[in-house]
Design a protein around this ligand. Structure first.
Ligand code: C5P
Length: 309
């Protein structure tokens, strides 16, 4: 039995542009900047034996549970890994997942778990996959998985989100994330986008010309202007999310956006604005609207896989 533990760091999109151009599977082309954050699920993977299992615990399991194990992205990631033609390791595995990332919040929780499982399994595989093969497995699982299965803290991504280049990582910065009492399915958010922004006015994907990354982090303002294409269409259906963004900006956030396609909203603070932020008042204001606040930071590194056995 081989065992590895890894922190499945969540992500936010500092900027997110969605084009009308789609690939053969119907996925929209994206241009986004991913940033890992310290908020993470805890994932332990055991490889060996003949059976397969997924145990989930932790504070962020929705009331209805997470559904059948076989449909969970972490389980599917492990299955795709052990069944990969280049992998020679036992087909059995067990996964323990401690959920701390809210589900349906746009923080890439399920994708982070899948990415973490792939990184953990690759760390204990007798003949690990190279980065490209691992990325292909990750791409087959979902848009955010290739970034979260990779080794970059900050990256600009194009395509479905599977083609990326490093982007300079900002200093670890305090972040407040407001978690509303409802989730948003990614699929629904894309459907709202298609409905509100018909193809002709929507922008064609012009290839992969994202240009060379800047030599150092250009500052949060860069991501304020272009923003997140989901904001207008999601906030139209859930106006409270706009209120949350404004609350964060009023509280001193230097950048505030919807996380991915929602439903959570994040605010990045600098050290000064964080130290003067009235956390209790923000917590109470947000609680009055049925939401809660998680305090975390943008990550300065990708947490390494710990091989335990
Ligand atoms: O990537 P994920 O499987 O989480 O996406 C869920 C759904 O969101 C997809 O089935 C698709 O309808 C939509 N989607 C999309 N374009 C993307 C990502 C997701 O249309 N780049």
């Amino acid at each position: 039995m081989r065992v590895a533990r890894v922190q499945a760091q969540a992500k936010v999109n500092l900027g997110l542009k969605v084009f009308s151009t789609r690939d053969e599977q119907g996925y929209h082309m994206l241009l986004t900047t991913f940033q890992r954050i310290d908020l993470a699920d805890d994932v332990v993977v055991r490889s060996g034996g003949g059976s397969r299992s997924l145990d989930v615990s932790g504070p962020r399991i929705p009331d209805g549970g997470l559904g059948p194990a076989e449909k969970n992205l972490a389980y599917r990631a492990a299955l795709a890994f052990v069944e990969h033609p280049k992998i020679t390791m036992p087909r059995g595995f067990s996964i323990e997942l401690t959920k701390k990332i809210p589900v349906g919040g746009g923080l890439g929780g399920g994708s982070a778990d899948a990415g973490a499982v792939l990184r953990a399994m690759n760390a204990i595989a007798p003949q690990p996959l190279d980065a490209e093969d691992l990325r292909d497995v990750a791409t087959s699982l979902g848009s955010d998985v290739p970034f979260l299965a990779g080794e970059l803290v900050t990256a600009t991504a194009v395509g479905r989100g599977e083609l990326f280049q490093p982007f300079p990582t900002p200093n670890a910065s305090p972040m407040a994330i407001i978690i509303p009492d409802f989730a948003i399915a990614t699929k629904d958010a894309y459907a709202w986008l298609d409905h509100d922004r018909p193809n002709d006015g929507f922008g064609e994907f012009n290839g992969f010309g994202v240009g060379a990354p800047p030599p150092s982090f250009p500052g949060w303002d860069v991501f304020g202007e272009d923003g997140n294409d989901f904001e207008p269409v999601v906030e139209k259906r859930h106006p409270v999310l706009r209120d949350f963004r404004e609350m964060l900006t009023d509280a001193g956030a230097v950048l505030s956006h919807l996380a991915g396609s929602g439903s959570s909203v994040f605010g990045v603070f600098d050290v000064l604005s964080w130290s003067t932020l009235d956390h209790d008042a923000l917590g109470l204001d947000v609680a009055a609207l049925g939401a809660d606040v998680i305090h975390t930071r943008t990550s300065a590194r990708v947490v390494e896989v710990e091989v335990l056995q």
